[in-house]
Design a protein around this ligand. Sequence first.
Ligand SMILES: Cc1cc2nc3c(=O)[nH]c(=O)nc-3n(C[C@H](O)[C@H](O)[C@H](O)COP(=O)(O)O)c2cc1C
Length: 356
Amino acid sequence: MERQIYPYARKVLFKFYPETAHTISMHSLETLASTPLAGRMLQSHLRVDDSRLSQNLFSTHLRFSNPVGLSAGVDKNAQFLRMANMIGAGFHEVGAVTPKPQGGNPKPRIFRYPQYNVMINGLGFNNQGLDAVQQRLMHKHPAAIPVGVNVGKNKWTVNAIDDYIAVVRGLQGHCDYLTINVSSPNTKGLRDLQTVDFLREVVSKTKSLTHNPVLVKLAPDLKVDFAVELAKEAVSAGAAGMVLTNTTLDHRGVDEKHPVAGGLSGRLLESQSEKMLHEVAKELFGKIILIGVGGISEGTGALSRLENGASLIQLYTALVYKGPSVIHEINSWLLHALEVCKFDNVREFIGSNLRK
Ligand SMILES: Cc1cc2nc3c(=O)[nH]c(=O)nc-3n(C[C@H](O)[C@H](O)[C@H](O)COP(=O)(O)O)c2cc1C
């Protein structure tokens, strides 16, 4: 049903500025999810609940009922947890959250390019800040699905480590994992924190403050060898996982006539993100949990990420172009792939390319 409706809804939504369209759709879905009958009907239609897709991950034995999650940015302020469960997500990464609220960069700051299935966003960590998110998560966590929080820094903070520590300390116990985000391109100097020294310090300090697994999210624009080195350092400092990748600054072929500032997400990011995942997995698969994100929009792309070492995948841009049923589509496709390969569980796909 939703698959037939979304092309019409999309026509209407795309008449609005992207942030307005996002706000309208998220609030509408959250309202539906909070309405007992409609919420249950949509949930039973959209969720693929099959034990063959489920995994227990991290030493806290978190249960992920399927491997397809919502990536950071979809729900900056932990307002849409019911929506995430209703549309079938296996997990949900809230944020990025900074210690203090901030408005982000001037608008317009999100641009759609439907001809390429990509977006460019230059948001700059607009969010309501730690206190607001903490209040919500105190009431909503534990949720129906695992909830991670993506951690950022305020744009005016000079000593970045203080901000990561403040958010991690404030959310300790109110979420299921935390992602140190040093890879968004829209906060000046943030990507410069992708150094061995900073990652070692931020991971070891934040880890000592929380029982939650701490992950690190990297940019796809790093040299691959360097990304592998950073990942190894983060892991030796105690990181439980890596999220690969954030958006890219490579806009080739997209906005040449009218250049805009920001990170590109969606289809054209797919191979770059996958390559970085694969290279990091060659070194670290089996030692940590890898989350693959960037340009995933269908079953084949999702499966390929799993085969290259990701235990979980995330998406954002595909939600905009294909609608929430993309999660159902991917999970159904994975079940079909399991049957074709005569596998019992999605775990058998994970890392299978690395074992060849
Ligand atoms: C509008 C928008 C906002 C985003 N905000 C964040 C963020 O706050 N923190 C973060 O780590 N990634 C953020 N991202 C990046 C996504 O989490 C994801 O890594 C990236 O979009 C690639 O996935 P996709 O191609 O499926 O969209 C954002 C992406 C978009 C499109």
